[in-house]
Design a protein around this ligand. Structure first.
Ligand code: ADP
Ligand code: MG
Length: 393
C-alpha cells in the first residue's frame, strides 16, 4: 500500500506561522557549514511556505548534545549559511521554547524566517516529552515535517508536535517517500540492492528484509568481510564484526533459500595499514597481515554485467574507503555503472550520497536520499514514526 500523507496543499498557509522540522544535521568545520546538501534540500519547502504567505519557524537537531547546551553544536552558523542561501534575513532564537520564542515568532515580518537553537539542547526532544512537544507546538499555528533523515526517530519535534497542530509533509519528505515507495511496492524487475559501508550491525536487518524482495543482493564495503568470514574465506586484518559472523552466515543461507542471488567481492584492493598513503595492491585472496579497503576491478566488472540488466537498483554504503583516492575505484566504478543505467536508481546514506556527489554523478541517479537510517528502515517495511504521525493527523 502506498504511503498517503497530508501535503502543503492541505494547509491554509496564508498568514499562518508554520513550525517546520528540517534536517540541518550537517557537518561543520571551523565553525562553518562544511557540506550544505541537507540545507539546500529543505529550500523548496521553505520557499513554498513563504510564497504561500506563511511565516516560517525552522527547527532541527545537530549532533548528539545529550540534552544540554553545547556551544560547538549551536545552529547559529547554519542560520548564517541559510540567510546566505535565501539572500534574506534569518532571525535566530537562542531559546527553543517559551514566551520569548513565541514573541519573536509573532514579531516576524510577513514571510519572515526564524531558526530555533538545536532542539536536542532540551532533554525533552529525545525523550519525546509531551510538555516539550506542547511548548514547541505553541510557537506556531501549523506543523510541517520536512526532516526525512530524522523520521525514524520518535522524538518530540517529529511525533509529538503533529498531535497538536494541523500537519503536513514537506516537499522533500514527499519526494523521498515517493521514490522509496516505488522500491518497496512496485520495483520493476530485475531488482538489485547493493549494500556497503561500515555499520554492519545496523544494516544486517535491512539485508534480511531486502533479500526477500530483490533478485540480486551485492555486498561490498567493510560489510563484505564479515560475510566472507562467515563463508570461511580468509579476510586478513580487514574490518570484521566478530559477533555478527554467525548472523551473517544464517542470512546468507536464508537469502539463498529465498532465491536472491548473492554477490560478494571476488577480488580486493588491500593494504598493510589503514592509511591514505598505504600502498594499494589488488589480490584475489586477502593475505595474512593485509586489510581489504576496496572491492577490486574484477568485482566491479562482474557486478556491472549483472547490474546492466537490472531495472531497479537501490544502493546504500560505499564499497571501499572512497575518501582516499587509492581505495575509491570500486565505489566510483559502481557509481558510474548505475549512473549509466536506464532503470530506476536510488542511492541513500550520508557517505554514499557524499560519494556520488564527489564523483559528480548525483544528477544521474533518479533519487539521492538524504536519509541513511530512515531510508533503510523504510525499505525494511517498518513504519517510520514520523510518517505515522502525519498519517494519523
Ligand atoms: P552511509 O553513510 O552511506 O550509510 P556508512 O556510514 O555505513 O555509509 O559507511 C561509510 C564508511 O565506510 C566510509 O567512511 C568508508 O570509508 C567506510 N568503508 C567502506 N569500505 C570500507 C572498508 N573496506 N574498510 C573500512 N572502511 C570502509
Ligand atoms: Mg555514514
Amino acid at each position: 500500500m502506498a504511503t498517503r500523507l497530508a501535503t502543503l496543499d492541505d494547509l491554509s498557509l496564508q498568514r499562518a506561522t508554520v513550525l517546520c522540522r528540517v534536517d540541518f544535521n550537517v557537518p561543520l568545520k571551523d565553525g562553518a557549514v562544511a557540506d550544505d546538501t541537507r540545507i539546500r534540500a529543505a529550500l523548496p519547502t521553505i520557499l513554498r511556505l513563504r510564497e504561500a504567505g506563511a511565516r516560517v519557524v525552522l527547527c532541527s537537531h545537530l549532533g548528539r548534545p545529550k540534552g544540554q547546551r553545547d556551544p560547538s553544536l549551536s545552529l547559529l552558523p547554519i542560520g548564517v549559511h541559510l540567510a546566505d542561501l535565501l539572500d534574506d534575513e534569518v532571525v535566530f532564537s537562542h531559546e527553543i521554547v517559551g514566551d520569548d520564542v513565541a514573541q519573536l515568532a509573532r514579531e516576524l515580518p510577513d514571510r519572515g524566517v526564524m531558526l530555533l537553537e538545536n532542539i536536542r539542547f532540551d532533554p525533552g526532544e529525545k525523550a519525546n516529552d509531551p510538555d516539550f512537544a506542547r511548548a514547541l507546538a505553541a510557537i506556531a499555528d501549523l506543523y510541517v515535517d520536512d526532516a526525512f533523515g530524522a523520521m525514524h526517530r520518535a522524538h518530540a519535534s517529529i511525533t509529538g508536535v503533529p498531535a497538536h497542530r494541523p500537519s503536513a509533509a514537506g516537499l522533500l519528505v514527499m519526494k523521498e517517500v515517493e521514490a522509496l515507495d516505488r522500491l518497496l511496492h512496485k520495483p520493476d524487475p530485475p531488482f538489485a540492492a547493493i549494500l556497503g559501508g561500515a555499520k554492519v550491525s545496523d544494516k544486517i536487518g535491512i539485508l534480511d528484509a531486502l533479500s526477500r524482495r530483490v533478485d540480486h543482493l551485492f555486498i561490498g564495503g567493510a560489510m563484505a568481510y564479515t560475510f566472507l568470514a562467515a563463508r570461511g574465506e580468509p579476510v586478513g586484518d580487514s574490518k570484521v564484526v566478530t559477533e555478527d559472523i554467525d548472523t551473517a552466515g544464517k542470512l546468507l543461507d536464508r537469502a539463498y533459500a529465498r532465491g536472491a542471488k548473492l554477490h560478494l567481492p571476488a577480488d580486493h584492493v588491500v593494504a598493510d595499514r589503514f592509511a591514505e598513503d598505504a600502498e594499494p595492491k589488488t589480490v584475489q585472496q586477502i593475505p595474512d597481515g593485509m586489510m581489504a579497503l576496496d572491492i577490486g576491478p574484477a568485482t566491479v566488472q562482474a557486478w556491472s554485467e549483472t547490474l546492466d540488466r537490472c531495472r531497479t537498483v537501490f544502493w546504500n554504503g560505499p564499497l571501499g574507503v572512497f575518501e582516499w583516492d587509492a581505495f575509491a575505484g570500486g565505489t566510483r566504478g559502481i557509481a558510474e555503472v548505475l549512473a549509466g543505467l536506464e532503470g530506476f536508481t536510488v542511492v541513500g546514506g550520508g557517505d554514499s550520497a557524499a560519494a556520488v556527489a564527489r564523483f559528480g554523478l548525483a544528477d544521474r541517479f533518479d533519487h539521492v536520499s538524504t536519509g541513511g537510517g530512515a531510508s533503510l528502515e523504510f525499505l525494511e517495511g517498518r513504519p517510520l514514526p514520523g510518517i505515522q504521525a502525519l498519517e494519523d493527523g
